[in-house]
Design a protein around this ligand. Structure first.
Ligand code: AMP
Ligand code: GLY
Length: 430
């Protein structure tokens, strides 16, 4: 079969790489992909196509012309824009939530409403349509640590964690008056600030059955020791040992199941990846947010460990038969993914820096270098093209072995301004 992966990050490289291992797959097109997916081309089934992930009409005509029978969407933006609805209207098979269901990520206020109706544990919050109302609320309420969030999609940046009232008022102004996140700031959510380790729980659902993926933990802060500004994620590892099987079961029954139920009773049929961002507070797990797609970089170590044919999983979800799917099989080893980033990230950064050492890194056993922000320049060199550039991923018998192998591969790779966190997966042994 011919398949199509939409997106250009490390997550999409990992999805395409995993799908290409399916014996049923002849071709994995990636739109638009990156240098990593381009380089898989020789002797592999993966091929980039130069169509933007947001050009839904062009993606549909490509899928038609190339007899694509399975499309998988990586990022949230096309999902929230309704790519699933558009493909389905053309009778094209595609994996992911429709526009209505993607609001679980696309609107933090909608998400809170669903959680509230389903009695899912989450922080207390208030939503506001106008900045002045939010400021009034902050001025009159008791002072406590709060988090101010833009309602809409803001590329992971619309969440401002505040220490006091002044900071919270400044955050409201930034979102709703200065409109730093554009229309995403049309509405505001003010939430109690929670404390504890964060974990991501990912599952695939067909709307009725929930198949949990292996637990992973992201590292969102830019610098070692969880210091510095928030990023899209500087590394991840799986399995995340912050929670055991019992905790996983508890999260499924207290969080994932009631969320899906609440969506259904609200008339929303959710199909695709449910990604719950949780904080493990002293009072128990609390949902911080939902995403409706694989996490990036969590996807990389998770898929590195998945032994089951992922195409079977996507198809079972599309066809509402996840209940018939045998349990997923996992490599029992640990996978660690270290993100290598451009100088300046998560702020401004330069692009176009030639990257060396990729071949040497790829030769190390149990290492896979997933590309994120890379492209090929006119001289056919791999150059940087984003803030998060590579996700260097390694398997090991235990977390420290996987970590050592990943950093050994990192050491092979160079470009002007490359940097990474040095402590990815250390949380697993705390
Ligand atoms: P979100 O996009 O909602 O997951 O928020 C991004 C990051 O902001 C999370 O990974 C947390 O580190 C932080 N955050 C979000 N909500 C809260 C909260 N209620 N309390 C403390 N930190 C939060
Ligand atoms: N790694 C966080 C995310 O994908 O949203």
């Amino acid at each position: 079969m011919n398949t199509l992966v939409i997106g250009s990050g490390g997550r999409e490289h990992a999805i395409a790489w995993k799908m290409s291992q399916s014996p049923r797959v002849k071709k994995v097109f990636v739109a638009p992909g990156n240098a990593g997916t381009a380089l898989e081309r020789d002797g592999s089934k993966i091929e980039n196509v130069p169509i933007s992930e947001n050009d839904i009409a062009a993606l549909i005509s490509f899928a038609r012309q190339n007899k694509v029978t399975l499309t998988v969407v990586g990022p949230e933006k096309p999902l929230c824009a309704g790519i699933i609805d558009a493909f389905e209207a053309e009778r094209l098979r595609i994996f992911g939530p429709n526009k209505n269901a993607a609001r679980l990520e696309g609107s933090k206020i909608f998400c809170k409403e669903i959680l509230r109706r389903g009695n899912v544990p989450t922080g207390n919050s208030h939503s506001f349509d106008f900045a002045n109302r939010a400021i009034e609320y902050l001025e009159n309420g008791i002072e406590m640590p709060l988090v101010v969030k833009a309602d809409g999609l803001a590329a992971g940046k619309g969440v401002i964690v505040c220490d006091n009232r002044e900071e919270a008022i400044a955050a409201v102004r930034l979102i709703a008056v200065e409109r730093s996140f554009g229309d995403a700031g049309n509405k505001i959510l003010i939430e109690e600030r929670l404390d504890g380790p964060e974990v991501s729980v990912l599952a695939i659902t067909d709307g009725s059955t929930i198949v949990r993926l292996a637990p992973a933990q992201d590292h969102k802060a830019a610098y070692d020791g969880d210091k510095g500004p928030n990023t899209g994620g500087m590394g991840a590892y799986s399995p995340a040992l912050v929670f055991d099987d019992k905790m996983s079961e508890q999260i499924t029954s207290r969080v994932l199941v009631p969320t899906l139920h609440s969506l259904r009773t609200s008339g929303v049929n959710f199909k695709g990846v449910m990604y719950a961002g949780l904080m493990m507070t002293k009072q128990g797990p609390r949902v911080l947010e939902y995403n409706v797609r694989f996490g990036d970089p969590e996807c990389q170590p998770i898929l590195m460990r998945l032994k089951t044919d992922i195409v079977d999983v996507f198809e079972a979800a599309i066809d509402n038969r996840l209940d018939k799917l045998p349990p997923l099989e996992w490599d029992t080893r640990t996978a660690v993914c270290v993100v290598m980033a451009s100088r300046g990230y998560p702020g401004d950064y330069e692009k176009g820096k030639p990257i060396t050492g990729l071949d040497a890194a790829a030769k190390i056993e149990d290492v896979k270098v997933f590309h994120a922000g890379t492209t090929m320049n006119a001289s056919n060199e791999v150059v940087t093209n984003g803030g998060r550039v590579l996700g260097v991923t390694a398997l090991g018998e235990n977390p420290s072995e996987a970590k050592n192998t990943a950093y050994k591969a990192v050491k092979c790779i160079r470009w002007d301004g490359a940097w990474c966190r040095k402590d990815i997966s250390d949380k697993s042994v705390q």
